[in-house]
Design a protein around this ligand. Structure first.
Ligand SMILES: [Zn+2]
Length: 265
């Protein structure tokens, strides 16, 4: 019962959290990305200046192209990014570490915390403010299907982002790569099989995100992204059967092949 209450609570917070988007905002238009940021001096924490604003728009335009290329999609619609100052974010969007994307298909909003210093992304070899994760949610919902499972919903976001969390490396705030985290998880004997990632809802984010990201990346390479896209918006109890129909491989055999692949990493 306690577990049910916790799950209900989680469901409630994830689906009913509403960002407080009251102004004032500085609105800057890119080709597809429209950035809403706070005017300079809005709060004690820094607001982005015009240089940061342009960097963030350039970054997210590039992120859209990167996702379209990897997923064979052609997303070309306006996205609103609301960027909250660090000292107001917790109250307005529920976190001051990152943010979230609206799961409402027609809304296409990202709500995120502004960090004064961008993070080094060693996968894309650039510094970034927002990263890739939330834009993947926007593009998959609009181009591939509804987010029905954590397996594919978070799987896609983490596969394309390639990072989870941030660490200080010689004074440089650096995103932690999922492939490096996976090696540590393996060393700790905590590797999880694909079927566990599919059916177990209680795996903490810090273990789940890097592992599901690596698995979905591997699936893209092994079976091709177009086939995996066909599975994206299925309900969980339909995935194993559909996997075999679409790829010609039994889910169980895929699992064996993947664990074998990890053994050699
Ligand atoms: Zn996500």
């Amino acid at each position: 019962m306690k577990q049910i209450l916790v799950l209900l609570f989680l469901f409630f917070t994830l689906t009913s959290w509403k960002a407080d988007t009251a102004g004032p905002w500085v609105i800057t238009e890119g080709k597809r990305v429209t950035l809403y940021s706070r005017p300079v001096g809005y709060s004690k924490a820094d607001s982005p200046d015009s240089i940061a604003i342009q960097s963030i728009i350039r970054e997210q335009e590039h992120v859209i192209d990167h996702i379209n290329q990897r997923l064979n999609t052609s997303f070309d619609t306006k996205v609103k990014v609301f960027l909250f100052n660090r000292d107001e974010a917790k109250e307005k969007i529920g976190t001051n570490g990152g943010g979230f994307a609206s799961l409402n298909k027609s809304k296409r909003h990202i709500y995120f915390t502004f960090h004064e210093k961008p993070f080094l992304n060693t996968g894309l070899n650039q510094y970034d403010y927002l990263g890739v994760h939330e834009m993947v949610h926007i593009i998959t919902i609009n181009q591939i299907g509804n987010l029905r499972t954590r397996f594919f919903g978070e799987g896609y976001a983490n596969a394309l982002d390639g990072n989870y969390g941030v660490e200080n490396v010689n004074g440089i705030l650096t995103r932690k790569r999922n492939d490096s985290t996976l090696i540590k998880i393996k060393a700790n004997g905590k590797l999880l099989k694909p079927s566990v990632l599919l059916y177990n809802d209680s795996i903490p984010e810090s273990e789940y995100y890097p592992q599901i990201g690596c698995l979905i990346n591997w699936m893209f390479e092994k079976y091709g992204v177009d086939k995996i896209n066909l599975l994206y918006d299925l309900k969980r109890d339909k995935i194993e059967k559909a996997f075999q129909r679409v790829t010609g491989v039994r889910f169980k055999d895929m699992e064996t092949a993947y664990m074998e692949f990890l053994r050699n990493k």
